[in-house]
Design a protein around this ligand. Structure first.
Ligand SMILES: *Cc1c(COP(=O)(O)O)cnc(C)c1O
Length: 306
């Protein structure tokens, strides 16, 4: 696969040790896999998932789906701007149509993405061929290459295998936050035989296991690699947070000079600290946490001293 020039990545992404007493006192090493540094505009796992789809699209316009704060919609819009490809974003929530755009959707629009709002019940049925055809017609996106919600299809899952391969020999456990689970599905397939992948779902519901298995069956023909999920760290569901999680994320940022993305990465890191304290990992092992994204909007640079 060739990567188009403006999407040229920094790969393998950096792997950094984070010295942290909450791991060290249990005889554990924590590594941060800095996928947030792969590309300035297609951040983290979104680069790994989108670039193979852009190749498959062969220059056709792109259409994809997401919620009002979707990192995937922003990444797709940025790719469209960088490559000069028209993009359409189908957004969940008809009620958003008449309102001022939130910062995430405003960024999409500024990058040239055409936004098309659909009601929630239509959005839920978007995988049905008739419904999809109707949405594409209404959005003026017939003939566009369809990237599914969250960007997770067989191309994306195969693209994420490289993430696992980059971590071979570096960690016994590789942990990642899961939305659709496409990143985990690929990552687990790329690890060495003695490595295992741990997914921390950020959505509530406990339905992800079957979905990830299906993604692996489509991408590789069968369930692949050693992986499991821990469903305890969603904090109430997607984009939900608590003062405790927010305090945890701010503290982690200060300890490790890492900008902590709040929708996914904060929940992953919180889960890992909890698991370490529960004694869930064998002493002497190394845990790699995949930093799949950066905060949005990015925190403004510190004000200059006067
Ligand atoms: C999209 C996203 C994920 C979830 O990836 P899936 O492949 O859908 O599980 C995780 N972290 C960040 C920062 C993301 O933007």
């Amino acid at each position: 696969m060739t990567s188009p020039g403006p999407l040229a990545p920094r790969l393998p992404s950096p792997l950094q040790e984070a010295r942290d007493p909450r791991f060290e006192r249990h005889g554990l090493r924590l590594l941060l896999k800095r996928d947030d540094l792969i590309h300035p505009h297609l951040v983290g796992n979104k680069w790994r998932k989108l670039v193979p789809n852009i190749a498959a699209a062969g220059g056709r316009p792109l259409v994809t789906f997401g919620g009002a704060y979707s990192n995937h919609l922003r990444a797709t819009a940025a790719a469209g701007r960088l490559l000069g490809l028209p993009t359409t974003g189908v957004v969940r929530g008809q009620e958003l149509a008449g309102r001022p755009l939130n910062p995430s959707l405003a960024r999409c629009a500024a990058d040239g993405m055409r936004l098309h709002f659909v009601d929630r019940s239509t959005y839920r049925r978007k995988a049905e061929p008739e419904t999809l055809a109707g949405i594409l017609r209404a959005a003026g996106a017939e003939g566009a290459y369809v990237v599914p919600e969250g960007g997770s299809n067989a191309e994306a899952v195969r693209g994420c295998r490289a993430l696992g391969a980059e971590l071979r020999g570096h960690a016994e456990v590789v942990a990642v936050a899961c939305g659709t689970g496409g990143t985990l599905a690929g990552l687990a397939a790329g690890l060495a035989a003695d490595g295992r992948a741990l997914g921390i779902p950020v959505l509530k519901g406990g339905f992800l296991e079957a979905g990830i298995q299906t993604l692996q069956e489509r991408a590789f023909g069968a369930r692949t690699g050693v992986w499991s999920l821990d469903d305890r760290f969603h904090f109430g569901g997607y984009a939900r947070t608590t003062p405790e999680l927010e305090a945890f994320a701010r503290d982690f940022e200060q300890r490790h000079a890492l900008p902590v993305e709040r929708l996914y990465v904060a929940k992953l890191l919180y889960g890992l600290v909890t698991l370490a304290e529960e004694g869930a990992f064998a002493r002497g092992s190394t845990i790699a946490a995949v930093v799949t994204g950066r905060p949005f909007p990015e925190s403004p640079p510190a004000a200059p001293e006067r």
